[in-house]
Design a protein around this ligand. Structure first.
Ligand code: AMP
Length: 116
């Protein structure tokens, strides 16, 4: 059984977060340490620790993460200029919180690689 992280508490509203979207499958909230003018994390409500733990049964949830990302990008006014979607995996990928999350980053031109 995977260990719950602070993100479970955000999903369950046990700690505050700037939640911009929530439905039966996913939750999205603003990153507490934004690296760009728009930096939102989109996470599954189900605890999936890393990209290595995604199962076939999670395909609907993974797809929902992308359609929600698209919606938030439009709502935030960055869809046309563009943005980046990132998911870090394990230590070499720079993952800090072991509940998978898609970073939606935009609002300024981004470098050719990563979030620098
Ligand atoms: P990663 O390095 O891909 O695991 O990213 C984890 C992200 O979670 C970082 O960008 C953190 O700033 C962000 N983060 C950690 N705790 C919180 C929190 N309580 N609310 C919002 N974002 C958080």
């Amino acid at each position: 059984m995977a260990e719950e992280t602070i993100f479970s508490k955000i999903i369950n509203k046990e700690i505050p977060a700037d939640v911009v979207y929530q439905d039966d499958l996913v939750t999205a909230f603003r990153d507490i340490n934004p690296r760009a003018p728009i930096h939102v994390l989109i996470i599954p409500n189900k605890l999936i620790p890393t990209a290595n733990d995604i199962e076939v049964e999670d395909e609907l949830t993974m797809g929902r993460m992308f359609t929600v990302a698209k919606k938030i990008a439009k709502d935030e006014g960055i869809a046309d200029d563009g943005y980046r979607l990132i998911m870090n995996c394990n230590s070499h990928g720079g993952q800090e919180v072991y509940h998978i999350h898609m970073h939606l980053v935009g609002g300024r031109p981004l470098g050719p690689l990563l979030m620098s």
